[in-house]
Design a binder for this molecule. Structure first.
Ligand SMILES: *Cc1c(COP(=O)(O)O)cnc(C)c1O
Length: 759
């Protein structure tokens, strides 16, 4: 049985003893039956193997192995349904704690049964485990693949055979291997069920995922969360109906509105001194606030009805700010019957107690009474933070009697956005992504990412202290964004973050809450418990500003750090003015972050030591010798920091969002104009008063400054001043272009934005 490994966690046994001989025979029987055996002679060894080996299929653990209890707990906390046999020295099992007999699969007395019998019991259990852990679709797909039928249906590569007839095709076949093509089947394989009728093993897989994610209905979406977003809107919003939309929303939401003819009214998140986007404050979500906001929108005048029918919120934000979803549902439920939480970056939330109440599927009848509870959609990019291939996504529904999703009707929309030729390996991937999170295994996986992220955060904080203690070099200046101090509600004790116990930080939600008014986050208008910073989304902070927006004398703009890290093959997720974001996902390996810590330390010594840019960023200096050749790393940091301060980019950004642009056309009207009237690129100098045709997104804050159909505003109004300041920045610092989407650059780097052609 390939890939089956049995763990024998038993005390070291004197060579030549009777027990030793017995064990050798058990091993021989297991090997004959096709199992590998790994041996741990101490509890530490056993714990290390439990952490690192996902291929265990059974375990034999001695209760007397050091802390045998810890080993047993680790096994059942890591593996769902793994057969564990307990070896006890005493003949009586009465003295063992009760939970032990509940989690183990049986007892083994090594000297009382024959080795063949013992190995046989273990082997049968291992085999059953291997069969039973597979989720429904993947299990059937494997079985089907094993039958090796000849197929007469599409795809025409016929299990990969067509590729073998051409040298080019052969290269692809060899590269990916036969199995991918063997399991790339057509929907005419009835045994595997249907993605459109949600029947058979595919339907079972969706229902299994619904159980695991806590949904009433789950749909597998094979074209990304973008499609999941469009489906949810398309199934809920009719022409000219009003929709409350998080300004911090993904393009796909806008596209959904374009398809439906919905009329967006934007809810604007808060910003802090780093320029990071925060949550939408609770006061903006009340029935009263919505009642005031909606009529002010020019798009509300011609709406089908005065009240919005739908709200969509991004949860969590890119920077890891997650809402109390139950609270958001209570608040918005007073205004809309359906609430959509775009959880593209948050599919893991249900599997760790740190995120209790923070995700859409937590909004059930127990949490919010039916009378005020909206039906909740959660759309997730399964591929972004769980283990699945790109494009794999899920759409989950938690129904409320107020506006329930009726499957048959919803399925019409689902099919409208689907291909009739789904890729079965992707369905298997979604099935497995869900299966991986089932039971204790899911919590274990998320907990590992949480733990590594916290270790990294604490390591960065402790460096500062070590440098200060050494007293022989300039002070440390990097950090990570989180509270400086945390309280332990269990003991009432307060800890400096760097010294807080790991177990406190990885289990206590209160440590990560954005408490109202706290200086470290700088967001206004919060309630206690409303918003949480997710520890796995780490913003590395550079000197230059703080969360309140107080500028510092010394500054290291994060773009320079990012450029340096790239030379060391460390690629960050996102770069803002003085922060850059890194993600700790389930793919993290222990200590992978050590290279990043090393990179930060090296940057500092280059900066302190007056290293020349030509040495630190040779490609940059080589491309722009006249601009950068004479500078040191520190000179560049100083110049860029001075420029950012002088140009007031962050205050301008703030002003741009405080005075949002005026919408002139609905998304659907904009699209019609785009089709029939055409578009043209317009320079910033001529953009005043024009209606833009594309979304303009800049980082920071990574959310739209302009939406299609909105008026760019006056020349001296905040939106255009902000865009001009960015353009000016790019001119001053060639090689560090601002991250902007929806902006094309002219020959001399000037910004051009696509507008509807003037009539
Ligand atoms: C990435 C993202 C999407 C789209 O997801 P894909 O799986 O890439 O299609 C939707 N919403 C948000 C908030 C995202 O970040």
């Amino acid at each position: 049985m390939a890939g089956s490994t049995v763990l024998l966690a038993l005390n070291d046994i004197p060579p030549g003893s009777v027990l030793d001989a017995q064990l050798a025979e058990i091993r021989a029987h297991l090997a004959e039956d096709g199992h590998d055996v790994v041996r741990a002679g101490t509890d530490d060894d056993a714990l290390a193997l439990v952490q690192s080996r996902a291929d265990l299929t059974a375990a034999l653990v001695s209760w007397d192995l050091g802390d045998g209890e810890a080993v047993l707990k680790a096994l059942v906390g890591r593996f769902t349904r793994l057969p564990v046999f307990l070896v006890t020295a005493s003949a009586s099992v009465d003295d063992l704690p009760l939970w032990v007999s509940e989690v183990i699969c049986g007892y083994v007395w090594l000297l009382e049964d024959t080795p063949g019998f013992i190995a046989g019991r273990i082997g049968v259990a291992a085999r059953r485990y291997r069969d039973e852990i597979l989720p429904p679709f993947f299990r059937e797909l494997r079985r089907f693949d094993d039958t090796h039928e000849y197929s007469w249906h599409t795809p025409a590569h016929a299990g990969g055979v067509a590729f073998l007839k051409s040298p080019v095709g052969r290269a692809l076949f060899d590269y990916y291997g036969e199995r991918l093509f063997r399991t790339d089947l057509s929907i005419s394989v009835a045994e595997l069920g249907s993605l459109f009728e949600h029947t058979g093993p595919i339907g079972d897989a969706e229902r299994n995922a619904a159980r695991i994610f806590g949904a009433d209905l789950t749909y597998f979406v094979l074209h990304g969360d973008s499609t999941g977003d469009r489906i949810a809107l398309h199934a809920s919003v009719a022409t000219d109906e009003l929709v409350l939309v998080d300004r911090n929303c993904h393009k796909a939401i806008y596209h959904g509105l374009t398809l439906t003819g919905g009329r967006p009214v934007y809810l604007v998140p808060t910003r802090n001194g780093y320029g990071l986007m925060g949550p939408i404050p609770p006061a903006a979500l009340t029935r009263e606030a919505v009642g005031e906001l909606v009529p002010r929108s020019p798009l509300a005048a011609d709406a089908a009805a005065p009240d919005p029918v739908y709200a969509v919120i991004t949860n969590s934000t890119y920077d890891g700010l997650c809402y109390d979803a139950v609270r958001v549902a209570e608040l918005l439920g007073a205004s809309v019957p359906r609430l959509h939480l775009d959880e593209a970056w948050f599919a893991y939330a249900r599997f760790h107690p740190l995120y209790a109440r923070r995700f859409g599927m937590a909004v059930d009848g127990d949490a919010v009474p039916d009378a005020v509870r909206p039906t909740v959609f959660s759309t997730q990019s399964t591929h972004k933070l769980l283990a699945a291939m790109s494009q794999s996504a899920m759409l989950h529904v938690k129904n409320s009697p107020r506006a329930p999703v009726e499957h048959r009707q919803f399925n019409e929309t689902f099919m409208m956005h689907a291909t009739t030729s789904p890729l079965y390996p992707m369905i298997a991937g979604l099935d497995v992504a869900a299966g991986m999170m089932d039971g204790p295994g899911g919590r274990w996986l998320v907990d590992e990412a949480v733990t590594e992220a916290i270790r990294f955060r604490q390591a960065v904080a402790r460096i500062g202290r070590r440098i200060a203690a050494a007293g022989d070099r300039p002070a440390w200046f990097f950090g990570t964004w989180q509270p400086d101090e945390v309280d332990d509600p269990r003991t009432g004790q307060r800890h400096v973050f760097a010294d807080a116990p790991l177990d406190l930080l990885r289990t206590e939600t209160a440590c990560w809450g954005l408490e109202p008014g706290a200086a470290w986050h700088g967001f206004p208008g919060l309630e206690a418990g409303y918003c949480l910073l997710d520890p796995v989304k780490v913003s590395v902070t550079c000197p230059g500003t703080d969360a309140r927006g107080t500028a510092a004398e010394q500054g290291i703009p994060a773009r320079i750090l990012t450029a340096y890290l790239e030379t060391r093959r460390i690629v960050v997720e996102k770069t803002d003015a003085y922060t850059c974001l890194i993600l700790f996902s389930m793919g993290i390996t222990k200590g992978k972050w050590g290279t990043l810590v090393d990179g930060l330390l090296d940057f500092k010594s280059l900066y302190d030591g007056g290293a020349r840019l030509a040495d630190v960023l040779p490609a940059l200096a080589g491309a722009h010798p006249a601009r950068y050749d004479d500078l040191t790393l520190r000179d560049l940091c100083d110049q860029m920091h001075a420029h950012l301060r002088k140009s007031d980019l962050i205050p301008l950004l703030d002003a741009a969002f405080t005075h949002p642009p005026r919408p002139e056309l609905t998304p659907a009207q904009t699209y019609q104009r785009l089709l029939r009237g055409g578009t043209e690129p317009v320079r910033l100098a001529e953009l005043a008063g024009r209606t833009v045709a594309t979304q303009v997104v800049t980082t920071p804050p990574g959310i739209p400054v302009l939406m299609p159909g909105e008026n760019a505003g006056g020349h001296d109004e905040p939106t255009l001043r902000y865009l001009r300041a960015l353009e000016d920045f790019d001119r001053h610092f060639p090689g560090f272009p601002s991250e902007t989407h929806g902006v094309t650059r002219g020959p001399d780097g000037d910004y051009r934005i696509t507008c509807l052609r003037a009539r």
